[in-house]
Design a protein around this ligand. Structure first.
Ligand code: HEC
Length: 154
């Protein structure tokens, strides 16, 4: 009987360690994704500034790809999903405008895209500040937001 309890405890601890490791790994993948997102947005601006339609299309496609990854979609909060939709819709519009060789249209859609970056981040910050106050959606965002001590230095 004692041995069974020991094994059960061992299995349970392994399970707990696995869960923490999984969380850390998910955080790392998300962080990587955010950096890729920033790089694609920067190269996209370069493409727009220089009127390089192929570059505009390629980088917008990259942003659309990022917005479809499991990490990005892990958050089921309705407000987050709304910003996420605005983000991919703007990126899709940029692709359309680039195909039509409409630089002004692409520039306007790039502005929409930038607004979606700003709004979503504002929202994420708000939720983080309100954490612990029982705000709805806080749990859903927990996966996406590193603990406060990891971000304070920024
Ligand atoms: C739908 C929500 C959403 C949109 C839209 C969005 N982001 Fe983010 N972004 C996040 C989340 C969530 C984080 C992680 C925030 C945190 O934990 O600090 C993040 C983090 C980042 C980071 C910090 C990466 C790091 O960890 O150092 C950068 C840079 C970034 N985003 C750039 C962008 C850019 C550029 C855009 C627009 C082209 C954009 N984001 C649009 C949700 C979004």
């Amino acid at each position: 009987m004692k041995r069974i309890r020991k094994y059960a405890l061992l299995v349970l601890s392994l399970f707990a360690v696995g869960m923490v490791a999984n969380d850390v790994y998910a955080q790392m993948r998300l962080h990587r994704l955010m950096i890729e997102k920033l790089q694609a947005a920067q190269k996209l601006l370069e493409g727009i500034a220089l009127g390089r339609y192929d570059q505009i299309e390629k980088q917008s496609d990259e942003l659309i790809r990022i917005s479809k990854t499991a990490e990005w979609l892990a958050n089921k909060n309705p407000r987050y999903e709304q910003f996420s939709n605005e983000f991919s819709r703007a990126a899709e519009t940029i692709v359309r405008k680039a195909k039509a060789k409409n630089l002004d249209g692409a520039t306007l859609a790039y502005f929409d895209l930038t607004m979606s970056c700003v709004r979503c981040h504002q929202y994420v910050r708000e939720v983080r500040d309100a954490r612990g106050l029982g705000m709805p959606g806080t749990d859903a965002l927990a996966v996406l937001t590193p603990p406060a001590h990891a971000t304070k230095a920024k």
